[in-house]
Design a protein around this ligand. Structure first.
Ligand SMILES: C[S@@+](CC[C@H](N)C(=O)[O-])C[C@H]1O[C@@H](n2cnc3c(N)ncnc32)[C@H](O)[C@@H]1O
Length: 288
């Protein structure tokens, strides 16, 4: 077996050839980079073959060559499926908990003080995956809004992957995905399933109501008119190349007021001079 041709299913039916060749891998990498900004280096070849082999079988397409032809010829429908198959959606409730601690301690209090007149707070979870991140934001905000005050607070949660968004808006999770949530929070913000739903928990309606899920490709147009007080874009930019990250950070900075914050993932950092932001805490940048 050569490095450039991996046979995944030796037992594939005759006439079916699920071998991803160089030209096909290059074509698929190009399509995903052009349309989603996601860079698939050579080390991702096996992952691409594994994930797309499933798709080929679903479609009854006999080879990657035929699948590439289909991508060339079909409209955006197959492109959506391709993107859904190739995004990585790993996430967890209260992942990188220091961001939520910082939000309770100073990011949210600062935003409340800045917006005391308008009483309006907007937070964006960009690349929200299956919803754990925006719901963790919502729980933190609900715990820390001043009692008895009325605030117009909205959390926008967006992702390119239509599959994860569909499950995110339901707010329904198997209990083994809740390990990041303390017992106190589970009792306060989640409803345990009973009967047929044993083993599942649902985010309470008042928390779900704080979050609006929308499909959005970060590489495309952003339809939002207003700005955001806090933006989370965590563990998303790692999939992009440096110029794309720089451009994205610059776009985020244009949506933040002076003093607003951008939270990025643990392995992400922003190059000095990319945008008018300054590192003020662990992976938290403030618009200057
Ligand atoms: C690893 S998950 C991170 C989830 C969450 N932010 C966290 O840190 O737990 C990355 C998410 O980014 C999304 N994504 C990748 N490329 C995107 C793009 N061009 N536009 C919008 N979302 C994108 C993926 O679909 C995926 O759900």
């Amino acid at each position: 077996m050569s490095a450039s041709s991996i046979h995944l299913f030796s037992g594939a039916p005759s006439g079916v050839d699920l071998e991803l060749r160089d030209a096909e891998f290059l074509f698929i990498s190009h399509v995903i980079a052009e349309n989603a900004g996601i860079v698939l280096g050579p080390s991702k070849r096996q992952l691409v073959q594994g994930r797309l082999a499933r798709r080929l079988r679903e479609l009854g397409v006999p080879s990657f060559a035929a699948y590439c032809d289909m991508l060339r010829d079909s409209g955006p429908e197959e492109l959506v499926a391709l993107i859904n198959a190739l995004t990585t959606n790993v996430t967890a409730f209260f992942r990188e908990i220091h961001h939520f601690e910082a939000m309770a301690e100073w990011m949210l209090p600062e935003a409340l003080a800045r917006n005391a007149r308008t009483r309006r707070i907007r937070i964006w979870s960009a690349g929200c995956s299956s919803g754990e991140e925006p719901y963790s934001i919502a729980m933190t905000v609900a715990e820390n809004l001043p009692q008895g005050e009325k605030w117009d607070l909205k959390i926008l949660a967006t992702d390119i992957d239509s599959n994860v968004l569909a499950s995110a808006s339901q707010g329904l999770y198997p209990v083994d995905r809740l390990s990041g949530i303390s017992d106190g929070r589970r009792q306060r913000w989640l409803v345990k399933g009973a009967g047929r739903n044993v083993g599942w928990a649902k985010v309470r309606d008042d928390v779900r109501a704080m979050v609006t899920f929308k499909p959005l490709n970060l590489m495309g147009e952003w339809p939002m008119r207003g700005g955001f007080d806090i933006i989370f874009c965590r563990n998303v930019m790692i999939y992009f190349d440096q110029p794309t990250r720089d451009k994205l950070v610059h776009r985020y900075s244009t949506l933040l007021p002076e003093g607003g914050c951008l939270c990025v993932g643990h392995s992400e950092s922003i190059h000095a001079g990319t945008a008018p932001v300054r590192l003020v805490s662990r992976t938290i940048y403030r618009k200057t």
